[in-house]
Design a protein around this ligand. Structure first.
Ligand SMILES: O=C(O)CCC(=O)C(=O)O
Length: 196
């Protein structure tokens, strides 16, 4: 794993990690795209309602509730292969994740704005583990304050990115649109939610 460190930010990047675990990434992405109950919820940002510019699915243990942009996510159960990915990550990182947000970017127009994944229900002592499938996209990072320059990591098919605490407290990240990208990408972020 490649370590990327800035003041208040600790990342670990494992290029093609899924392939190293013997996972066929193209088939996995297709099955997730076809098999999950994807949603494009209406969210409220600065008082205005609009549809998220991507598809999402929230998979979690019972009782792991997550609010996001004013919206309570509906819980979907773990499928056998998502459970297998959770086990692989437990083995690699020693962390038992209890929830997973999937984002599906249908092409380069789909995106995610600046945010920090610092909602109160997320356990801020636990890392967030992100797996990428499909076309490579840039994930940009910027500090919440201070003068460290923003930078981007190019996340390709099969990559693992671990965001260790206290990164969420000090940095934000975003997935900007890319006009030239015409292919799909699915990203999975495994999280630890504090149960109510
Ligand atoms: O698609 C990505 O790589 C980023 C996903 C993300 O920022 C999130 O799930 O909070």
């Amino acid at each position: 794993m490649i370590r990327i460190e800035r003041s208040g930010l600790q990342l670990r990047h494992g290029p093609r990690w899924l392939q190293q675990q013997g996972i066929a990434t193209q088939e996995l992405r297709q099955r997730l795209a076809e098999g999950l109950a994807w949603q494009q919820p209406l969210v409220t940002v600065y008082g205005k309602q609009h549809r998220t510019p991507r598809l999402t699915c929230w998979v979690a243990d019972p009782g792991c509730l997550y609010r996001y942009s004013g919206l309570q996510q509906q819980i979907h159960p773990w499928t056998r292969e998502l459970e297998q990915l959770r086990e692989l990550l437990h083995h690699q990182l020693g962390v038992r994740f209890n929830s997973l947000l999937l984002n599906r970017y249908r092409d380069g127009a789909d995106r995610m704005g600046w945010h920090a994944d610092d909602e109160p229900e997320l356990d801020d002592q636990a890392p967030i583990a992100s797996l990428s499938l499909g076309v490579a996209r840039d994930l940009r990072f910027r500090p919440r304050r201070g003068h460290e320059p923003a930078f981007a990591l190019n996340l390709g098919d099969g990559d693992l990115l671990v965001m260790d605490p206290p990164s969420q407290r000090h940095w934000q990240h975003a997935l900007p649109p890319r006009a030239r990208v015409v292919a799909e990408r699915v990203n999975l972020t495994f999280r630890v939610i504090r149960r109510a």
